[in-house]
Design a protein around this ligand. Structure first.
Ligand code: GFB
Length: 266
C-alpha cells in the first residue's frame, strides 16, 4: 500500500497494518514454496527524519521516520528485519531495494492520494482544459530525487539476477540530480506547455520563474524537507548505468498521461 504525502498523513494505521500483512504473507509464502530469491521494495522516505546527509543503506534504523508517514516507514523497515531473519535462520536470499520517488507512465495520477509528479501532471491537464491556475501544494521548497519507472525497472531486473546481498541497496539518481518541488513543477509546466494567467503566492514574489498561472498553497504540508540519498553503492556495482534525463522522463510521462487520459488511474 503506497501513496503520496497527503494519503500517508491520513492513514498511518492502514499503511502500517496492510504493509506488515503483505510483508509476512508474501515473504513466508515464498519461503514455504522454496523461492530462491525475493526482491522487496522499501523507499527513501523511510529513513530517519533527523539524519546526516547523504543518507546511505546503513542508516535505515538509526532513528524515527518523519511523522507524516511513520506507519508506512516502520512497516517497510520490518521487511529488512524479516529478510535478515530468513537469512539467519534459513539461509534465504531475500533482499530489498530502496528506490527514491518513482514516477512514470501507468502511475497513480489521483490528485488527493498520488505522489507529487503525477498529481501535478493531472492538475496541469485540468488547468489547461478549464483555464484555471495550477496550484502547487506546500511552499515548493522541499527537495526530492526522482527516478523514472523505466530506469527503476531496468535496475530491478539487474538486482533480481545479479545482486546477492541481503543488505538493501538504494536505487536512486545521484545527489546532484535532486530538484526542488518548484523546479519539478516548472519541468511539468514546460513539458505540458502550460500558460495560464499570472497568479503567484506572496511567499514566492521574489525570484519565482513560474509565471504561468501558478499558485502555492502553503496551508498544505511540505512533508519532509529533503531525504537526499547516496547511490554510491549502486555506482560501485554499475558505474556505467545511465539514468533517463529528468526533463525527458517528465515529458514522456506527460505525453503518456495525455494520450491515455481515459484509462489512466486518477
Ligand atoms: O510525492 P509526495 O506526495 O510525497 O510529495 P513525499 C510531497 C511534496 O510535494 C510535498 C509537494 O512537499 C508537497 O507539499 N506537492 C506540491 C505535492 N504539489 C503537490 C501535489 O499536487 N501532490 C502531492 N502529493 N504533493 C512520500 C511518502 O513522501 O514519498 C510516501 O509520504 C512514499 O511514504 C513516497 O514513500 C515515495 O515524497 O513527500
Amino acid at each position: 500500500m503506497v501513496g503520496g504525502l497527503f494519503r500517508n498523513i491520513k492513514y498511518n494505521l492502514d499503511f502500517w497494518r496492510k504493509n506488515v500483512h503483505i510483508n509476512d504473507n508474501v515473504l513466508h509464502s515464498a519461503f514455504e514454496v522454496g523461492t530462491h530469491k525475493v526482491v522487496s521494495c522499501l523507499s527513501t522516505c523511510i529513513f530517519p527524519d533527523k539524519t546526516t546527509y547523504p543518507i546511505d543503506e546503513t542508516m535505515i534504523h538509526n532513528g524515527p521516520p518523519h511523522s507524516s508517514n511513520f506507519g508506512y516507514s516502520y512497516a517497510k523497515r520490518m521487511i529488512d528485519v524479516q529478510n535478515r531473519a530468513y537469512f539467519q535462520q534459513h539461509g534465504c536470499t531475500f533482499t530489498a531495494v530502496i528506490p527514491t520517488n518513482v514516477f512514470g507512465p501507468h502511475d497513480n495520477f489521483n490528485i488527493e492520494d498520488g505522489h507529487v509528479l503525477p498529481g501535478l501532471i493531472h492538475k496541469v491537464h485540468l488547468a489547461k482544459s478549464n483555464g484555471s491556475a495550477l496550484t502547487v501544494w506546500g511552499t515548493g521548497k522541499p527537495r526530492r530525487q526522482f527516478i523514472y519507472s523505466l530506469d527503476l525497472a531496468r535496475l530491478f531486473i539487474w538486482v533480481l539476477r545479479e545482486y546477492n546481498e541481503v543488505e538493501p541497496i538504494i536505487l536512486s539518481v545521484g545527489e546532484e540530480d535532486e530538484v526542488s518541488i518548484k523546479e519539478a513543477a516548472e519541468a511539468i509546466v514546460e513539458a505540458m506547455d502550460f500558460c495560464g494567467e499570472v497568479t503567484v503566492s506572496f511567499d514566492f514574489r521574489d525570484g519565482l520563474s513560474l509565471d504561468q498561472g501558478v499558485q502555492f498553497d502553503s496551508t498544505k504540508s511540505d512533508g519532509q524537507y529533503k531525504k537526499t540519498a547516496s547511490n554510491s553503492k549502486l555506482r560501485a556495482y554499475l558505474p556505467e548505468f545511465r539514468f533517463t534525463p529528468f526533463k525527458q522522463a517528465v515529458k514522456e510521462t506527460c505525453t503518456w498521461f495525455t494520450d491515455n487520459y481515459e484509462q489512466a488511474r486518477k
